[in-house]
Design a protein around this ligand. Structure first.
Ligand code: MRU
Length: 339
């Protein structure tokens, strides 16, 4: 299994996703500020993977701490929570995982500090293991929606690399492929940083899943030719009404899918649902560096003087989503995520 995030001995190990597909390298981390930088710079990305990584970032913060009292340790953990929370604003899994680690710390305040640090490591590992289990469950629920000989279009990377393993939308595709149902996966390249072309296609090659990479602008014509049976994407944050933030370009695909009468599914674990937000217009959307749009891989493709708008995500209204596939089953509108 592809494991983009794992704990090894006394360090966190991440696959460096900025180097894929040309180089498969792992990097080790022993301090939380380095982990924060890895999240910010997309060494690790994808909502669930960011959450799992941040949980291990808190483990590192606790291990780095020289505090001799619980209050001292908590202060160091809180500083790390603040620093890690400031890396990327959209994926709610980040804040969910940090809150879970804070709670774990508070709930075990009576333990000796070494035992508390060991307990935090156990908690981060549980966050990781539960994510893989959720993805496998999502895969099983989602595969049941996939028709025989399906041609599936996906956007960005919501595969193993974007999670603790197996994937959300990627997990649905994996499970359907294992059942012999997948004729072809259309992989949107996903400008500006090409998570589709670089990462999803890499996973498809590794797994022997039949696929074709298309530029994002080709999706409409592929649909118009009748060559897409369903769309499935991941999510970075889902509001209580089902509005879904995901990689920029997802909304356009949902509009296209509706126009062509193609089902549009979102696959995400409950850790991606933000019940505190009634609707998607309240989801904070990250804006990234203009250089991502002005060029790629060190080559300038737009004038340096041109102003750029670079939102990393957009919000797809719930009305355009056929169903949301979770580890607890397939949710259909009107959404009630309280169960
Ligand atoms: O900017 P990224 O690469 O972190 O964006 C990732 C996505 O938009 C994914 O589709 C989403 O996080 C779901 S990952 C299972």
């Amino acid at each position: 299994m592809i494991s983009p995030v794992r704990w090894e001995g006394d360090r966190l190990v991440l696959i460096d996703q900025t180097r894929l597909p040309s180089l498969e390298v792992e990097r080790g981390y022993t301090s939380w500020p380095e982990v924060a930088e890895a999240i910010r710079s997309l060494v690790v990305r994808g909502a669930p993977a960011i959450g799992v990584t941040a949980a291990f970032g808190i483990v590192l913060a606790a291990r780095q701490s020289r505090a001799t009292t619980f209050d001292g340790l908590l202060a160091d953990v809180e500083a790390a929570i603040k620093g890690l929370a400031a890396t990327r604003p959209t994926a709610v899994n980040l804040f969910w995982a940090l809150e879970r680690m804070r709670r774990c710390c508070l709930d075990h305040r009576t333990l000796p500090l070494d035992a508390l640090k060991a307990r935090l490591l156990q908690e981060a590992q549980a966050v990781l293991d539960e994510d893989v289990a959720a993805n496998r469950a999502m895969g099983a629920h989602g595969a049941a929606l996939v028709p025989h000989r399906a041609r599936i279009l996906t956007h960005c990377n919501a595969g193993a690399l974007a999670t603790a393993g197996y994937g959300t939308a990627g997990g649905v595709i994996r499970a359907a492929h294992a059942q012999g149902k997948v004729a072809l996966v259309w992989v949107d390249e996903t400008r500006p940083v090409l998570q589709g072309a670089r990462l999803t296609a890499w996973e498809c090659v590794k797994e022997g899943i039949p696929h074709r990479v298309i530029s994002d602008v080709a999706a409409a014509s592929v649909m118009a030719r009748g060559e897409v049976d369903l769309v499935v994407t991941g999510a970075d944050r889902i509001a209580a009404n089902g509005d879904t933030a995901n990689k920029i370009g997802t909304y356009a695909l949902a509009v296209l899918a509706r126009h062509h009468g193609i089902p549009f599914y979102v696959a995400a674990p409950f850790s991606t649902i933000d019940p505190a937000l009634p609707s998607g217009d309240l989801i904070p959307i990250e804006e990234r560096d203009p250089s991502e749009v002005r060029g790629f891989a060190g080559r300038q493709t737009a004038p340096a003087a041109s102003p750029v708008f670079n939102p990393a995500f957009d919000v797809t209204p719930a009305a355009l989503i056929t169903a949301i596939i979770t580890e607890r089953g397939v949710c259909r509108p009107p959404y009630d995520f309280s169960r």
